[in-house]
Design a binder for this molecule. Structure first.
Ligand SMILES: [Zn+2]
Length: 265
């Protein structure tokens, strides 16, 4: 049995309205959050989850969001901290095809790239509210690569299994990963931060050190992010994630500032 250590690696930072992190949250107050890729250490293959965001244009923006770092330099620097580089990765799993998760996939020339079939099909014609976060030119590059479209749950390496988790997008996938502490679930953007998993939290400290006041919702089992395509599916996927993970603290959100510098497992 393979036990992995999961390294959240910050490739960039994004400034987004609170209402993106938490549905019905304030759209005038802003949160500085990390954009991660996740490196899985411990198996006989080098596995990376997600591929970051484009570097910002001269206005500092990507799709209207202020972005710090990112691009090819951002991913190379991040992978250097775990002693590797894009060309050495064997398996690249893209949780979904939003612009902040797939931008440097073209650098992973020797990797098998795993995307859900449903994500691939819907990314070309997203629902109108999701057009802002899909950038066709980024994922079109995958057509020339070793792209594998999987349909649902699949063991893609020893003790690493994809989980189809729709709700944030129609074909988002998470990953169940065996660790020394039990099964961890990389939840992609199903949850952006711990607040989505635990709506009783009253505060979030962002990457800039700002303490953001959250509205505690102890009446809810989970609090949805502001970007989703189907809340009913989203709740089903959250329950599923909680059931697959050995412990709640082994559910790993996609953009949680507290995960910077941490290792899970
Ligand atoms: Zn997303």
């Amino acid at each position: 049995m393979t036990q992995y250590r999961i390294h959240p690696l910050k490739v960039a930072q994004i400034t987004a309205p609170l209402g993106v992190l938490a549905m019905l949250g304030d759209m005038q107050s802003y949160v500085v959050a990390p954009i991660f890729v996740f490196y899985l250490e411990g198996g006989n293959k080098k596995i990376l989850v997600d591929a970051g965001v484009p570097g910002p244009g001269s206005d500092g923006l990507v799709h209207g969001f202020p972005i710090g770092s990112g691009g090819e330099a951002g991913i190379r620097e991040a992978l250097k901290t775990v002693g590797t580089m894009p060309e050495e990765i064997d398996i690249l799993v893209l949780t979904h095809l939003h612009f902040d998760h797939c931008a440097t996939a073209h650098l992973f020339k020797n990797a098998r790239i795993i995307v859900q079939k449903r994500e691939w099909e819907t990314a070309f014609n997203p629902v109108p509210t999701a057009r802002l976060v899909y950038e066709q030119s980024l994922f079109r590059a995958l057509e020339q690569m070793d792209l594998v479209l999987v349909d649902g749950d699949r063991e893609i390496a020893d003790d690493v299994t994809t989980l189809l988790l729709p709700g944030h997008t129609q074909g988002m996938q998470g990953l169940a990963v065996n660790t020394a502490r039990g099964t961890a679930v990389l939840a992609g953007d199903l949850a952006y931060c711990y607040y989505n998993l635990n709506p009783s939290l009253a505060e979030l400290t962002d990457l800039a050190g700002n303490r953001i006041t959250m509205t505690p919702r102890p009446d809810l089992p989970f609090a949805p992010p502001g970007i989703h395509i189907d809340l009913s599916q989203w709740y089903d996927s959250m329950w599923r994630t909680a059931a697959v993970a050995s412990r709640r603290d082994l559910v790993i959100p996609g953009h949680e500032p507290a995960l910077v510098g941490k290792i899970i497992g």
